[in-house]
Design a protein around this ligand. Sequence first.
Ligand code: T6T
Length: 314
Amino acid sequence: AGSGSAAAATASAATGSVAAPTKAGKDYNVAFIQGVAGDEFYITMQCGIEAEAAKLGVTVNTQGGQKFDPTLQTPILDSVVASKPDAILIAPTDVTAMQRPLENAAAAGIKVVLVDTTTEDPSFAVSQVSSDNEGGGAAAFKAIKDKNPNGGKVLVISTDPGISTVDARVKGFEDAVGKDSTFDYLGVQYSHNDPATAAQLVTAALQKDPDIVGIFATNIFSAEGSSTGVKQAGKSDQMTIVGFDAGPNQVKALKDGTVQALVAQQPATIGTDGLDQAIASLDGGTITPKIQTGFTIITADNVDSSDAVYKSSC
Ligand code: T6T
């Protein structure tokens, strides 16, 4: 499939409010498998899922691996499948590696809903709920350009290739920077979701190109490490860092002036919508196969009025 069909898929995603059940037919068992444990994006999603579960009258159990890694997520998924829940909400950690394990879950009669990330062929899933990640990547470029109207060198720090969300953010950014000849795009480097690695990559990049004006960091841990690297290089004054996500530390960095803009997702809504789809599917209700949630750009100008900050606990 080329980019045309991807655009068509995006266009067909529901973006407004979708039909949601008010009460489940019975107390279903639902498993939520996070991309990684301890990440405020997935914690906030868990909070949304748990609040919705209480409303609907169903039971949710949440688990996540210690790293964002399919070799850790697969055994978690397999043991969840063996426990025969009614539905699984999951953020797959790799488009290829999680394909077969998830097909097996669906083949076992479990309703699978993909939240946040997806796989290369998600046809086994009841529904998919995610942010407009490509749009968010384009918005991140615009935020860098707003601060650097004359252009300059820009770099992307991502996590790993093969993760649908961050790959889409990179694509959105690359498409936008490619259309603007005042910017010199230095490419994407991968931090494996480790802030220390992200900091090292940024330090090395600044040694090679001391005149970088902007960095787009595609998630919480990339942004955390990028701002550390820039600070250590003493380059905070010349640099625009735009990070995806709005965890408490990212918001603090924004207020401190080490990060200039955040692309805040709506993780609680992704979770709520995901659970609604799972229950609708179990009760024979109306299903929306693809739901796209929005994002907000937070800068110093609106940070105090923003309610988009992620939670560290529910
Ligand atoms: O950006 C989110 C999520 O959307 C992405 O798939 C992985 O990283 C986060 O969880 C933030 O750390």
